[in-house]
Design a binder for this molecule. Structure first.
Ligand code: BDR
Ligand code: CA
Length: 328
């Protein structure tokens, strides 16, 4: 099996927090092809402490309480998190969540998420794939702290940006992960590591509908019923937060599960080499990721990533719905 570490900001069940990280974790833990070494938690959808608790409750629910869960960066490298939280807080109180908060599990082991990443990659050079589905802060710290990390990691598979057009969720140009910590993403893109990027242009094509949730609920097992309830609550939230997006009346995106799934089956997406950079100066364009695939007059620089430019939506949905909630 492929050794992976999932670097994540899971909020599954927390009011007003994207459920997709949790679903990506559940998909990974249902997949024989993967040896999940641990979950490293980063500030993002929720603060890193909440994310750590969410991850631990999730691994408990999935029968994997021994899986290492490591608390990581509690804020972006340079940027202030408060205005980002304020965007969410403005809409959160409207919708009750399905959180089981209150059941906090206490402190994690003393090792920082970035040190766990460094240690695992050093112990298994060339073998560990890091699937980064939150802001890139932990990965950037690992790259910066250990000069051999970028060379020894097998691949960094990123949920960030967009390769074929604007990534409109936090702003018109910025997907959440790039927007929250653009400097961290910049460090990752300049690191020389093997990078595969799946952007919001692809992940926004894969949706989980209220009908899918009902299908999960009908399975009757506790985990599937809980996921179905969380899905309905998240779709309710999105309907309020994005009244101009009709797709959110009945569905939410499966951003992070698609990114995890390309580690299981690379052919779920079509790929192209690109020179990928991120905007760091402009406030208007904060979080903009520019993937030069050689289509413009300006020549591309040396390629530093492969980027997903198309997705087999049907094949992904089939894989996801078959596996979610099962255990390997
Ligand atoms: C990314 O931001 C979060 O909302 C999702 O979990 C995903 O990782 C999409 O921009
Ligand atoms: Ca995420």
């Amino acid at each position: 099996p492929t050794k992976i570490i999932i670097d994540t900001d899971p909020g599954l069940g927390e009011p007003g927090s994207d459920i997709d990280d949790g679903l990506a974790i559940a998909l990974a833990l249902a997949s024989d092809e993967l040896d999940v070494l641990g979950l490293t938690i980063v500030n993002g959808n929720v603060d890193a402490f909440t994310g750590t608790d969410v991850a631990r409750r999730l691994t408990d629910r999935l029968g994997r309480p021994e899986l290492p869960v490591l608390l990581g960066a509690t804020k972006p490298l340079l940027r202030d998190m408060a205005p980002v939280r304020a965007l969410f807080d403005a809409v959160i109180p409207a919708v009750p969540g399905t959180s089981d908060a209150g059941d906090l599990l206490g402190p994690t082991s003393g090792e920082h998420a970035a040190d766990f990443l460094i240690r695992q990659v050093a112990e298994h050079p060339g073998e560990v794939t890091v699937v980064a589905i939150g802001p890139m802060t932990n990965v950037a710290i690992a790259i910066t702290k250990d000069p051999s990390f970028a060379e020894n990691v097998k691949e960094l598979v990123l949920m960030a940006g967009s390769a074929t057009g604007y990534a409109q969720n936090v702003t018109v140009v910025g997907d959440f992960n790039a927007y929250v910590d653009p400097e961290a993403l910049d460090i990752v893109l300049r690191s020389g590591a093997h990078v595969a990027m799946v952007g919001l242009d692809q992940t926004s094509r894969v949706m989980l509908t209220r009908a899918d949730a009902q299908h999960l609920r009908d399975r009757g097992d506790a985990f599937s019923v809980w996921v179905a309830d969380c899905t309905d609550a998240w779709i309710d939230f999105l309907g309020e937060a994005f009244p101009t997006r009709p797709e959110h009346r009945d569905a939410c995106f499966l951003h992070d599960p698609l990114v995890l799934a390309v580690v299981l089956d690379r052919t779920l997406c079509t790929w192209q080499d690109a020179d990928v950079r991120t905007e760091l100066v402009s406030e208007l364009a904060r979080g903009l990721v520019v993937a030069n695939r050689g289509l413009a007059l300006e020549p591309a620089g040396p390629t530093n990533a492969v980027v997903a430019i198309d997705t087999d939506v049907h094949a992904f949905r089939q894989l996801f719905l078959e596996r979610i909630g099962t255990t390997k």
